[in-house]
Design a binder for this molecule. Structure first.
Ligand code: BV8
Length: 252
């Protein structure tokens, strides 16, 4: 994608032929998944040796699993929390490119991420929505109030909003729970003219259905992924490769 200051021209190649389809865009919605953080060393969910290899979804990413064994679930998130705060993980060129696009594109822009890491924030993204929650926060199960975690979960992590204090749970959206910000996302999808899905397998709903809403409203839809993911047939364009290599080229 190349853009000039006052507007945004998109030139894509499709099926390897370069197609001079230049368009002016006024509103962009971007959806990211675990694939954009993969090159920062953070495991994805469904690639080989992914997060779901070691754990069953129903044990670590459902309210029932948490009720059954909170320590197991806290351990699952603490491992990820510790890696994220280890100093070994940083935003990659894909995150940086999206932050730059947001800064320099003068239309409406919304970055929706399914990821619970803070790498988009570290790269400078601001108009950002974590639809599946955030790893660095705990939530009071009674009031819903969230608290920034200075260290990993433990039984001593309690809220300060209730008496007696309640044990904080991970502030993430588990299967069967309602994702965050759906109204705002729906509004943006209803009016966007470009929707780009990056590094997501398209297996989890409602995120996997966002491309259908964008298509329904006549937006240009683009998928950036190593492979043709589950919903690839719904995308008008597929840019195959690593997010950290493709995104900087799109934005330069
Ligand atoms: C809801 C928790 C009701 C936090 C997560 C039957 C049919 C359809 C739907 C359902 C169904 N049964 C149940 C449902 C609903 C269910 C669902 O979709 N289940 C699926 C499994 C069928 N969904 C829910 O329960 C959701 N809630 O529906 O509530 C509702 C809804 C609306 C309104 C009212 C009520 C809640 C879903 C949230 C679940 N929580 N995570 C955490 O632990 O992180 S989901 C989990 O998977 C993550 O959040 C992650 O975001 C998400 C998707 O994974 P991806 O990000 O796509 O990662 P993945 O590993 O799968 O893929 C990585 C991709 O990157 C690959 O394609 C790979 O090729 C690519 N890649 C790798 N490296 C790179 C790369 N690409 C580019 N560059 C690279 N370098």
């Amino acid at each position: 994608i190349r853009y000039s200051r006052q507007d945004y021209q998109v030139i894509f190649n499709k099926n390897k032929q370069s197609m001079e389809g230049t368009k002016m865009y006024r509103q962009i919605v971007i959806l990211t998944g675990a694939g954009i953080s993969a090159e920062s060393g953070i495991k994805t969910f469904r690639d080989q040796d992914g997060l779901w290899e070691a754990h069953k979804i129903q044990d670590v990413a459902t309210p029932e699993g948490y009720a059954r064994d909170p320590e197991l679930v806290e351990g699952f998130y603490n491992t990820r929390w510790s890696q994220l705060h280890s100093g070994d993980v940083e935003a990659n060129a894909g995150h940086d490119a999206l932050a730059r696009l947001e800064r320099e594109f003068d239309g409406d822009f919304l970055l929706v991420t399914q990821n619970i890491d803070d790498l988009h924030e570290r790269a400078g993204s601001r108009r950002l929505l974590h639809m599946h929650g955030e790893l660095s926060k705990g939530r009071c199960p009674r009031s819903g109030q969230t608290f920034l975690l200075k260290d990993p979960f433990g039984p001593e992590h309690t809220c300060t909003c209730c008496i007696p204090a309640q044990r904080l749970r991970p502030d993430v959206v588990w299967f069967g729970e309602i994702p965050i910000g759906l109204d705002r996302i729906q509004d943006a999808l209803d009016t966007c003219d470009l929707f780009i899905a990056i590094g997501t397998s398209g297996t989890v709903y409602p995120a996997a259905g966002f491309v259908d809403i964008a298509n329904h409203h006549g937006a240009q839809t683009v998928e950036v992924n190593l492979v043709e993911a589950d919903r690839h047939s719904q995308f008008q364009f597929h840019l195959q490769g690593k997010a950290s290599e493709i995104l900087p080229k799109m934005v330069e």
